[in-house]
Design a protein around this ligand. Structure first.
Ligand code: SAM
Length: 265
């Protein structure tokens, strides 16, 4: 196993509780609501066979099972697979790598790749993971791919009062290469520009995908207001703006997450 993968497994198994991530903060709550509503717009009617690649402990898989779908989850972190299998409802989950999926061609009605892309630092690996997601999907089935936006980290630091001289330097550096500095936070990760994500999808075989900004332009306002008296009102406004500007080209890139929705030809 390569060094980057070993570090990612160690991060999720010993230093971070992914199972609680989507309930914790305004950004993550926006991410959950918007990702689910965008997925539900494109998923086939239940019961569809869905492969959730990089599904983690199963937050989205469980929602989709509750919608009546048949979900299989693949993740590279064994502890996530164990959490997916043992939670309620239990998920059919296996350890596997997005770059080499242990599934036959065309065997799913829809495939999700919500996580691996922002952990793969080599462009060739990211294109390979997207190709794999397309390969296992039947013709006409949707493929959904998540990435983290290039500017998410510094914006988050600004919104949550953690901005300092190091953040300015990091913001400048990130505009160049998009590779996360693990000494500042998170783990081995890559943050996309919108155009670059579109190129990677094109190269992998999704030429006409739509890219959504998941949290919208007002997510930092929701983060900054989270303990204030207007928290609920600002959260609601951020959610509504995220819907209005979901595919607005001038604003997509300021979201914390980008969501590609494409169709296997
Ligand atoms: C932040 S979590 C996202 C979990 C869930 N899909 C979501 O969107 O909330 C990223 C997930 O990608 C998984 N992952 C990272 N690299 C992977 C790879 N090469 N193959 C499969 N899973 C991978 C991680 O183990 C982790 O569970």
């Amino acid at each position: 196993m390569d060094k980057v993968t070993t570090e990612i497994i160690d991060f999720y198994e010993s230093r971070y509780d992914e199972a609680r991530r989507l309930d914790r903060r305004p950004q993550a709550r926006l991410e959950r609501i918007r990702t689910l509503e965008l997925l539900r717009e494109v998923l086939p009617a239940a019961p569809a066979r869905i492969l959730d690649v990089g599904g983690g402990p199963g937050a989205y898989a469980r929602e989709l099972i509750q919608d009546g779908h048949l979900v299989r989850l693949v993740d590279i972190v064994p502890a996530h697979v164990e959490q997916a299998r043992t939670g309620a409802p239990p998920i059919d989950a296996v350890v596997g790598d997005a770059r080499e999926l242990p599934e036959p061609d065309g065997s799913y009605d829809a495939t999700l790749l919500l996580g691996p892309l922002y952990h793969l630092q080599e462009r060739a690996d990211r294109v390979r993971a997207i190709r794999e997601a397309i390969r296992v999907t039947r013709a006409g089935g949707p493929v959904a791919i998540a990435a983290i936006g290039r500017f998410a980290g510094p914006i988050d630091f600004a919104a949550t009062g953690r901005f300092d001289h190091r953040t300015v330097a990091e913001a400048r550096r990130l505009t160049g290469d998009g590779v996360n500095d693990t000494t500042i936070g998170f783990t081995e990760a890559y943050f996309h520009r919108v155009a670059e994500l579109r190129d990677e999808c094109r190269e992998a075989g999704l030429p006409d995908a739509t890219i959504h900004g998941v949290e919208g332009p007002a997510w930092p306002a929701a983060e900054a207001a989270q303990t204030g008296p207007a928290a609920a009102q600002i959260f609601d406004a951020a959610l509504q703006l995220a819907r209005v500007y979901s595919t607005e080209p001038d604003l997509v890139g300021v979201s914390a997450h980008l969501l590609v929705l494409g169709t296997k030809s």
